[in-house]
Design a protein around this ligand. Structure first.
Ligand SMILES: Nc1ncnc2c1ncn2[C@@H]1O[C@H](COP(=O)(O)OP(=O)(O)OP(=O)(O)O)[C@@H](O)[C@H]1O
Ligand SMILES: [Mg+2]
Length: 303
């Protein structure tokens, strides 16, 4: 691994940090700052990941293992590559023409950047919730059942047939289960046929989470899911993320440090230039970061 790529040192005093125009200090990035030991096999394992948009190098040599059934927060200043990284985890960058991805991403030990990866299946396993809630202009019920219908899980439910349950019953159960999991059921159970666009922003975001859960994912990627919401709606999403982590692997980008500190088990800090600078247990990263630049970022000195 090339550790000194982004290092600038002065000739006279090689240890003296140098300030950049963003206010960020240059320092040598050390691999031990990213070493994070946890029990069990990683759910996601990323190795030597580089992403380019044309000639722009957006992510540099990122390696990280993410444990299952936990919340991993990704933080860092605007433009450091958080969304780019998140999109690599279910190959959403494939949709961006200029994007080129080098390196390896494994889900449960299986390489997703190989020929023959079924992208529909992958994005079902590794679902995504975006910054702005984006429900379909359809009924609340249809928003939730759309994914399973597309994947054929309702219509071809052989087991359901054997158990004597109709597709309609199966759909109703699935919609109820997903909306309950997304902590939205009690607010919408009497108006499932209403258009989803009539919900509040916070409700729409929970509906998008329900839609993601309905296809039975294993990993949920969230890109600033609460940044467009008021404090009450944000608190609901945070509680929900906490619940979800008991069953799913959640990876969340947030600009809100308190939110990252509150809800995540481990935190990865990206800094300017697309470098993953520090990764570790959230309390350690926030209370006692190893990198001076990370400390400066967390305490609000730049970014
Ligand atoms: N579709 C794209 N085409 C070209 N360049 C892009 C594209 N998406 C991102 N980039 C560039 O890649 C770099 C990383 O962007 P990215 O969106 O991943 O940052 P981010 O950390 O998510 O920022 P923010 O906090 O503002 O959302 C930036 O320099 C950005 O301009
Ligand atoms: Mg982003």
């Amino acid at each position: 691994m090339s550790e000194t790529k982004s290092t600038i040192q002065t000739e006279s005093n090689p240890d003296r940090p140098v300030s950049t125009t963003t206010g960020e200090t240059e320092e040598e990035v050390r691999s031990e700052w990213r070493e994070y030991a946890f029990d069990g096999e990683p759910k996601l394992s990323v190795e030597n990941l580089d992403v380019y948009y044309g000639d722009d190098h957006a992510l540099r040599d990122v390696s990280i293992d993410i444990p299952e059934e936990s919340v991993t927060a990704l933080i860092g200043p605007s433009g450091c590559g958080k969304s780019t990284f998140l999109r690599c985890l279910n190959r959403m960058n494939d949709r961006i023409k200029s994007a080129r991805v080098d390196g390896s991403v494994e889900v449960d030990g299986e390489e997703i950047y190989q020929d023959g990866t079924n992208l529909v299946e992958l994005r079902k396993r590794v679902g995504m919730v975006f910054q702005n809630p984006n429900p379909f202009p359809k009924s609340i019920r249809d928003n939730v059942s759309y994914g399973p219908r597309k994947h054929g899980d309702i219509d071809t439910g052989v087991l359901a047939g054997l158990l004597g349950r109709s597709n309609e019953e199966r759909e109703a159960e699935l919609v109820e289960r997903s909306l309950k999991q997304a902590a939205l059921w009690d607010e919408v159970d009497d108006r499932l046929d209403d258009n989803a666009m009539g919900l509040s922003g916070g409700q729409q975001q929970r509906l998008c989470i329900a839609r993601c859960l309905a296809v039975d994912p294993e990993v949920i990627l969230m890109d600033e899911p609460a940044s467009a919401l008021d404090p009450i709606a944000t608190a609901k999403i945070e509680d929900l993320i906490d619940e979800l982590a008991q069953e799913y692997t959640v990876v969340i980008v947030t600009h809100n440090m308190q939110q990252a500190a509150r809800i995540s088990d481990q935190t990865a800090v990206f800094l300017t230039g697309g470098n993953l600078v520090e990764y570790g247990e959230t309390d350690q990263v926030f209370e006692n970061p190893e990198s001076q630049r990370v400390e400066d970022y967390i305490t609000g000195k730049f970014g």
